[in-house]
Design a binder for this molecule. Structure first.
Ligand code: KIV
Length: 281
């Protein structure tokens, strides 16, 4: 088993080998991801929406991220473990970013951190990289800025395309080892991927990125709701399986079909004899 490193991901790009990345937020999901052969596991701050029930990623704290990153670390060995720096933990100066990233690595066990934003973050990325912290960038749709920019596809105007290109190049020059491209039109994601030497990992950004990432709960439809982003493909319908199982369990308990003798511990005949004179209750 060879651990995936940032160098290995960059080699995969050079060799044209696609990178598979998925989010995880807890120990069992990490164990399943480990067994799937995935290259990168991201403890995304999507945690806030898919696990903690918030309306956006904004309320997620560094303490939440450390807690969940630790759980994922315990279930993971081979894939590279990246953790998101949550809202406002890297906009208050390089020192604050270093402190937050340090917590994700030292307390959470992450190997790398991810931050959302463009060229304005280049000095922060460079400071982290200089301190030995591998940084994954994230451009395109920025969920942490939803209250300012909303959820909409990026790369639909010449201006936006120029901004994306400049952001990608500035982050790569600052030392980011990879870039997430979220909800960027396919043609633009392709041009950005060709322009930078570091791997691009797309989510809702078409076929020509160097890798793909999906949110675990979308990929296996682990939710009771009907909403699924249009770019997400369902590979397993866990939500339906869980709902059916739970409904059957409730029925069995109420009709006394569960537990049956197969799921029950029995006392020895000798003990039953001593206690109840041989009569099993
Ligand atoms: O938080 C997250 O899950 C992410 C992915 C969408 C890339 O940032």
């Amino acid at each position: 088993m060879q651990r995936v490193t940032v160098g290995r991901l960059q080699k995969m790009k050079r060799e044209g080998k696609p990178i598979a990345m998925v989010t995880a937020y807890d120990f069992p999901t990490a164990q399943l991801a480990e067994k799937s052969g995935v290259d990168v596991v991201l403890v995304g701050d999507s945690l806030g929406m898919v696990v903690l029930g918030y309306e956006s990623t904004v309320p997620v704290t560094i303490a939440d991220m450390v807690h969940h990153t630790r759980a994922v670390r315990r279930g993971l060995a081979r894939p590279l473990l990246v953790a998101d720096l949550p809202f406002l933990t890297y906009h208050q100066g390089e020192q604050a970013a270093l402190t937050a990233a340090g917590r994700l690595m030292q307390e959470g066990g992450a190997t790398a951190v991810k931050m959302e934003g463009g060229r304005e973050l280049a000095p922060t990325v460079a400071a982290c990289v200089a301190a030995g912290i591998p940084v994954m960038g994230h451009i395109g749709l920025l969920p942490q800025a939803v209250h300012q920019t909303g959820y909409r596809i990026r790369g639909k105007s010449v201006h936006e395309v120029e901004q994306l290109q400049q952001d990608a190049e500035a982050l790569a020059a600052a030392g980011a080892f990879a870039l997430v491209l979220e909800c960027v039109t396919e043609e633009v994601a392709r041009a950005v991927s060709e322009a930078v030497a570091i791997p691009t990992i797309g989510i809702g950004s078409g076929r020509y990125c160097d890798g793909q990432v999906l949110v675990f709960h979308d990929l296996v439809r682990f939710s009771a709701g009907d909403f699924l982003p249009s770019f997400a493909k369902t590979y397993a319908d866990v939500g339906t399986a869980v709902r059916e199982g739970l409904t059957q369990y409730v029925k069995d308990v109420k009709s006394k079909r569960f537990p049956d003798s197969e799921h029950t511990f029995r006392a020895s005949d000798e003990l039953v004899q001593q206690l109840y004179g041989g009569e099993r209750v």
